[in-house]
Design a protein around this ligand. Structure first.
Ligand code: PFF
Length: 448
């Protein structure tokens, strides 16, 4: 059977950007900015995204497009008979771990959309009542499990529809919708009385706040947000046609991912400041603090619905990219039909997700290396598998592949002038700088 490709340049961009823009932008980035000192964090983040992670993204995309294979097949094809296929094997399994806990939060977002639609956040609700509502919800058994199942099922539906008529079509409709939703909410938030302090917090850097913990949080976030090191960008890139400009698509992806993160922060932090609340609330910022704000601001009921809708759309476009890695592997390596492959991935991710979901309630005492199951999966992938995967992929491209092949793929056989000009620098970054910096930050994370 012939392999499917994305049908258009815009299709490639929305698929890559759809993977990148997700809970990481709307939920994780704003609370990290809030916790790590605002503009200073953003400043370090920009550096990591555009100087360090962009070449890593190029590397994944080069491997994917060059091989036109799934994450496992790619390494078998480009380095036959070597141990690199193990990196492929890990790259197939890690996204399934990520999607299992990602869909738990996706399920929370579905529940909160439902709550917003049924006007559960009222102007008489106090902050502690809304905090309690969230805690009661996530520690219960059935409601979060239902959300997790529904979210994963919706993701599976898009996957079953295929690369072009599922992933690409969904992204083409949903990414512009997402952009409009987030911009609308940001405008509402920034025009609240008192919101200006939030903007100052976001845009006026205090460089004295930059320390090792800020750097490592910013690097981890850059990896997570650009979906690096877990085979998703590689798999998507394997559906990119040979005449597309992969450097341009990757750069647009990083730029749009950053813009989304920034607009999401403008949607959230100015409102937090306008209400005199604490920006350092952490992971509860979106589910505890925002409902309080929505319930007390003009037009808040509608804004709440739009916000949770945006969160779900962003989460689904990312979770399909995670889900697709396993499906592509099963279809190409195990010769399964797309439907059966989707079912197998669904079942594995669903079972692992059940444990993650229950680890907030009945299984909260079960600890792996001192962490609850959810936190263990989250930390294992974001702090370990993603950076190690990213490190190995740049080593693969910089040291295992032939330089001529890398440059050939990056420049479409020398035919794209702009890419020819930067290819030497990009190759130098991939071969020397990226591995060293990722290794340094990774080790400092382990030991400090
Ligand atoms: N980039 C996504 C986000 O920011 O929410 C999360 C993600 C998707 C991570 C796909 C890793 C991945 F492979």
């Amino acid at each position: 059977m012939e392999r499917e490709n994305f049908g258009s340049r815009f299709g490639v961009l929305v698929a890559l950007a759809g993977s990148a823009v997700g809970l990481g932008n709307l939920w994780r980035f704003p609370y990290l900015v809030g916790s790590y000192g605002g503009a200073a964090f953003i400043f370090v983040y920009i550096f990591f995204v555009f100087i360090l992670c962009l070449p890593i993204l190029f590397s994944e995309v080069i491997v994917g497009r060059r091989s036109h294979s799934n994450a496992y097949g790619a390494f078998k094809k480009l380095a036959p008979g070597t141990k690199w296929k193990w990196l492929g094997a890990v790259s197939v399994f890690t996204p399934i771990i990520v999607v299992s806990y990602y869909s738990v939060i996706g399920g929370w977002s579905l529940e909160y959309l439902f709550k917003a639609c049924t006007f559960s956040f009222t102007d008489t609700s106090t902050q502690s009542q809304l905090g309690e509502m969230f805690d009661n919800f996530i520690t219960s058994v059935w409601a979060p499990l239902f959300g997790h199942t529904l979210f994963l099922f919706l993701t599976g539906l898009v996957i079953v529809a295929g690369v072009k008529s599922g992933i690409e079509k969904f992204g083409k409709i949903m990414m512009p919708v997402l952009f409009i939703l987030v911009v609308f909410i940001a405008i509402r938030s920034m025009t609240l009385p008192g919101a200006f302090d939030g903007l100052i917090y976001l845009f006026k850097p205090d460089f004295s706040k930059i320390d090792a913990s800020v750097c490592s949080a910013a690097l981890g976030q850059a990896f997570f947000s650009l979906s690096l090191g877990v085979g998703t960008m590689l798999t998507y890139a394997s559906y990119i046609r040979k005449d597309e400009n992969i450097a341009a698509s990757s750069t647009y992806t990083a730029v749009s991912d950053f813009i989304f993160a920034l607009i999401a922060s403008c949607a959230i932090l100015p409102a937090v400041f306008a209400f005199g609340l604490n920006p350092q609330e952490g992971p509860g910022l979106v589910f505890k603090t925002l409902p309080f704000i929505f319930s007390h601001m003009p037009l808040g009921g509608i804004v709440a619905i739009l916000f949770f809708l945006a969160l779900i759309v962003a989460a689904i476009t990312s979770s399909i990219s995670l889900y697709e890695v396993g499906v592509a592997y099963l279809v190409e390596e195990k010769h399964m039909s797309r439907k059966s492959a989707s079912l197998v991935v669904f079942l594995i991710a669903w079972i692992m997700g059940v444990f993650c979901s229950l680890s907030f309630g009945p299984l909260s005492d079960v600890k792996i290396l001192g962490q609850t199951i959810f936190n263990f999966f989250d930390k294992l992938s974001a702090n370990f598998l993603m950076p190690v995967g990213g490190l190995l992929i740049v080593i693969f491209v910089g040291w295992q592949m032939k330089k001529a092949d890398v440059i050939d793929e990056f420049t479409n056989g020398g035919s794209i002038r702009a890419n020819n000009r930067i290819s030497g620098f990009v190759y130098f970054m991939i071969r020397y700088i990226c591995p060293l910096v990722v290794l340094a930050v990774f080790l400092s994370n382990l030991f400090f």
